[in-house]
Design a protein around this ligand. Structure first.
Ligand code: ZN
Length: 433
């Protein structure tokens, strides 16, 4: 790939990561990208009228996104070719009863840990706040996305002098030690109202109209390229927004003619098990596949044929071998940064990959002239999972679990190689072609 095109892709990815502090923003920015490429938004609550050759997308809960292109081919025989990923990332979510004031006059925000965040990485970094509000306007409830992109919060470390074993002991108390500091108590501040007061001041949305909220902290400092040749990327939410971005980029560039349907599905709540209305382990995805087929006038039998003729990729990041913890990996399967996308295997089906589903991803890599690597856990370290097993179990569609290799997965700042992001996008393009 041309150097300028590579850099343009990397810049676009970094922009997407920086502009998408929550799943809501990731979906909104993804939808904008699709609209710019001629995709038409379908509302779940309205009738759909689909045409072969058309480009469409739908949004669920403002935090999940399913986009597709209908080819001119016989969908029952050609099936769906799907790339799945997730929009959510581990972090700190504001609890109801947002603020707590200490007897010493510190105003702290009461938080709940979302997913498997590495909590130590959240300390001593200016934090900003984003998410969505349910706002009452007259008798109507409106959703409003908010992004207060200012360094208003911090979780300060306890100094080492009062905590001599900090470098030896592991872990933090999730209830008491990770509450971000907002302010000192000030004249006129009413109990429990500080955060809404601040939101009103920053956004102009009347706090009396805010019925409820889903708000997450994020790192104020933006992601950057780093390394001697800028070959690395250090940014928040590479897991899994980089795979969402790669999927959407490949889909917007896909040329679909006599084939079936090409699709990208980005789900919420992967980091907490995928069971929700907008998660991969729900009825959502099956509803969409069924609705597309029925809308095209297909019989139920033709729908089941289409599903049986489909393939899917579950795109979620992989663990590269760590320079300081090389023994955490299997001795024979050792993916590294820059070595290309990683196919993930698990005999216990924590990844959905089979020999055949791996083979069609390998075929895409080979056609794109992209290197690929393989990952399997050590038997004594169970590792993580993805949307792959849930999605493939629900739909019965064979699925390959893969992802770009990274370090520091679930840190507030994750770390990967730019080349792996570009390779992944190239492989996705080949998969769709
Ligand atoms: Zn992930």
């Amino acid at each position: 790939m041309d150097r300028n095109i590579k850099q343009e892709y990397a810049n676009g990815l970094l922009r997407y990561l920086n502009d998408s502090p929550t799943a809501y923003h990731a979906v909104e920015n993804g939808a904008d990208m699709l609209r710019r490429h001629g995709f038409i938004e379908l509302k779940e609550t309205q009738p759909w009228t689909l045409c072969k050759g058309g480009r469409y997308f739908m949004v669920k809960n403002r935090s999940a996104l399913i986009a597709f292109i209908l080819g001119e081919g016989d969908l029952a025989q050609e099936g769906f070719r799907i790339i799945g990923a997730h929009t959510d990332s581990p972090g700190l979510k504001v609890k109801p009863g947002a603020c707590t004031v200490t007897p010493d006059g510190y105003v702290k925000v009461n938080v709940e840990v979302y997913g498997g965040a590495i909590l130590s990485t959240w300390f001593d970094r200016p934090l900003a706040l984003a998410g969505r509000l349910a706002v009452k306007e007259g008798r109507k409830i409106q959703e409003k996305l908010v992004k207060i992109d200012k360094p208003l919060f911090i979780i300060p470390n306890l100094c080492i002098h009062l905590h001599r074993d900090v470098n030896d002991k592991g872990g933090y108390n999730k209830q008491t030690e990770i509450l971000p500091l907002l302010s000192m108590k000030k004249e006129g501040m009413e109990k429990g109202d500080y955060l809404l007061q601040m939101i009103q001041e920053e956004t102009g949305i009347e706090k009396s109209g805010i019925v409820d909220y889903e708000l997450f902290f994020y790192e104020y400092q933006k992601g950057i390229f780093t390394g001697i040749d800028n070959e690395f990327i250090s940014a928040s939410r590479i897991d899994d927004l980089s795979m969402v971005y790669a999927g959407l980029s490949a889909l917007t560039e896909a040329e679909v003619h006599g084939e079936g349907c090409r699709m990208v599905a980005a789900f919420d709540h992967e980091e907490v098990g995928s069971v929700s209305a907008q998660g991969a382990n729900s009825g959502l995805f099956l509803h969409v596949l069924h609705r597309i087929c029925k809308n095209l006038g297909m019989t139920d039998d033709a729908y089941f044929q289409a599903v049986a003729n489909s393939t899917s990729i579950s795109a979620d990041l992989a663990h590269a071998v760590h320079p300081n913890y090389g023994d955490k990996h299997d001795p024979e399967n050792r993916p590294v940064l820059g070595g290309g996308p990683v196919i993930k295997y698990s005999a216990s089906q924590r990844y959905a990959t089979t020999a055949l589903s791996a083979a069609y991803f390998v075929d895409a890599c080979e056609r794109a002239d992209v290197p690929f690597q393989k990952f399997v856990n050590r038997n004594d370290i169970p590792g993580g999972s993805t949307i792959g097993p849930a999605l493939s179990g629900l739909t019965t569609i064979p699925t390959a679990d893969m992802g770009a290799p990274v370090l520091a997965m679930h840190s507030i700042r994750e770390f990967g190689a730019v080349d792996d992001q570009i390779y992944t996008k190239m492989a996705f393009r080949a998969y769709f072609s």
